[in-house]
Design a binder for this molecule. Structure first.
Ligand SMILES: Cc1cc2nc3c(=O)[nH]c(=O)nc-3n(C[C@H](O)[C@H](O)[C@H](O)COP(=O)(O)O)c2cc1C
Ligand SMILES: C=C(O[C@@H]1CC(C(=O)O)=C[C@@H](OP(=O)(O)O)[C@H]1O)C(=O)O
Length: 437
């Protein structure tokens, strides 16, 4: 079992994260984890904070000379702006005078740090958090409700992704599907084959795009949508997609609800701030189709391997990975700190008021894709460890190879490609589906 925990407030001294249950021998490249953190900061429409704050990564435990030890991994992401917040967010008691002075520091776009936040934002955790935890203002709530915490999860996700690639040849990619009303139409092709789907080799091109899409026209339209929302003092949500290539069949299980891979993916994705919907494969669109148009037919390719002819299911059947490309989507609601402030009440007076507004993202959908990718990596790493066990990467690989070798010849699936009849293993080249030691 793989377990993970994060701790840390948005403006606290650091975020901390732990990952327990990862086998020994995973090579963890600091630059790869830093690159994942940098990718999360990307994206047109993010607020000022993303430009001046830095994610200062330290590995604290569970690694030696760049490899995991099998013991719990601990890491820290220090807050480069901590000195500005040391009085307001100090875990230790502070002098009243220090707090007074803290209100005055900061660039014009920043907030008065010590001001009581008594006008809760609709859509954020502010009001219910105050009610639930007994606070009279929103600062103690928003500090943890903030998606700043997702930096910690992205760092853990990068470690999980290293394990997946080294142990099982599984690689991931995420991209932006929609922002606001762009695109208004659902993708015309309702039965994609794997050749049309984003591939892990596309990551650099996706990250180079301001909104993390491969489609230049879509990118231009999304940038315009974000500009328009910003001009109107408004905010946007959208849809991201995560794909995992090279999965073996049989991760997860149909035997119990909480073993189902789709259930675990949905829970992990819904655990990201502002995610309000999750779809596996064609998801909600499948519900409108007839069965003959909804499923992926099974056939044998000219290479003798069993394949799905289309990619509608998103790579799961019966709560298990099929060996095809895993494809999940997450829908993000618009940012709740709306510059054109929404109606609320001032909890200090009970009077009608407009919600607090401070510097904020207009749109964080591209960043949410990177966070979603991290969550999928963690869920898949957990599922791989559950299925194949092993205390070292080498042992996991042996167990995986033994499992694949034991699948009867007539049932061997080619992973991650719908290219029936060509004998070309395509993207399956990266995949555990073909891998043997
Ligand atoms: C990457 C990312 C960045 C976000 N940035 C902001 C932001 O700048 N301002 C804001 O009000 N909400 C932001 N959010 C959304 C809030 O965290 C979210 O609305 C809040 O947690 C309430 O959502 P919930 O009801 O899903 O918990 C962001 C979310 C993500 C995933
Ligand atoms: C700090 C990050 O995102 C933050 C997420 C967030 C929220 O309410 O979720 C609100 C904003 O923070 P602040 O209100 O301090 O400007 C974002 O900048 C980050 O992603 O690293």
């Amino acid at each position: 079992m793989l377990r993970w925990l994060t701790a840390g407030e948005s403006h606290g001294p650091a975020l901390t994260a732990m990952l327990e249950g990862l086998p020994a021998g995973v090579r963890v490249d600091r630059t790869a984890v830093e690159a994942a953190l940098a990718r999360r900061r990307l994206g047109y429409g993010r607020g000022a904070r993303m430009s001046f704050e830095a994610d200062q990564l330290s590995f604290l435990a569970g690694m030696r000379h760049g490899q995991t030890l099998g013991s719990p991994i601990a890491l820290q992401i220090a807050n480069s702006e901590w000195d500005k917040w040391a009085a307001v967010m100090n875990p230790e008691p502070v002098e009243a005078g220090d707090l007074e002075r803290a209100s005055d520091i900061g660039a014009p776009q920043e907030i008065a740090r010590n001001k009581a936040l008594t006008r809760p934002r609709p859509g954020h955790a502010d009001l219910v958090g105050m009610q639930k935890y007994g606070f009279t203002e929103a600062r103690p709530v928003l500090e943890r409700a903030s998606a700043r915490e997702t930096a910690a999860r992205v760092a853990l996700g990068a470690v999980a992704a290293a394990f997946l690639e080294q142990a099982a040849g599984i690689r991931l990619v995420s991209h932006t599907v929609a922002v606001g009303s762009v695109p208004g139409e659902e993708r015309a092709q309702d039965a994609p084959d794997a050749d049309t789907l984003p591939h892990p080799d596309d990551v650099a091109r996706i990250d180079a795009d301001p909104v993390r899409t491969l489609d230049a026209d879509l990118s231009t339209a999304i940038v315009a949508e974000i500009d328009a929302a910003k001009k109107d003092g408004d905010t946007l949500g959208g849809v991201v997609e995560v794909l995992a290539w090279g999965l073996p069949p049989g991760l997860g299980s149909y035997t119990h609800w909480d073993r189902r891979l789709d259930s675990r993916l949905a829970g992990a994705l819904m655990g990201i701030q502002a995610i309000k919907g999750v779809e596996i494969g064609e998801g909600f669109r499948t519900a409108a189709r007839r069965g003959s148009q909804a499923h992926d037919e099974i056939a044998r390719g000219s290479d003798g391997q069993v394949r799905r002819t289309t990619q509608r299911s998103g790579g799961t059947e019966g709560g298990m990975s099929t060996g095809e490309v895993l494809r999940v989507r997450a829908a993000m609601k618009p940012i709740s700190t709306v510059p054109r402030a929404l109606q609320t009440i001032d909890v200090s007076t009970g009077e009608a008021a407009t919600a607090i507004h401070q510097r904020s993202d207009v749109c964080a959908v591209p960043a949410a894709g990177v966070v979603a990718e991290a969550m999928v990596a963690l869920v898949l790493a957990d599922a791989v460890i559950e299925k194949f066990g092993g205390d070292s990467v080498a042992e996991v690989r042996r167990n995986l190879a033994g499992y694949l070798a034991a699948i009867p010849e007539g049932m061997v699936t080619g992973s991650g490609t719908g290219d029936l009849g060509t004998g070309d293993t395509g993207a399956g080249d990266t995949g555990a589906g073909q891998e043997s030691e």
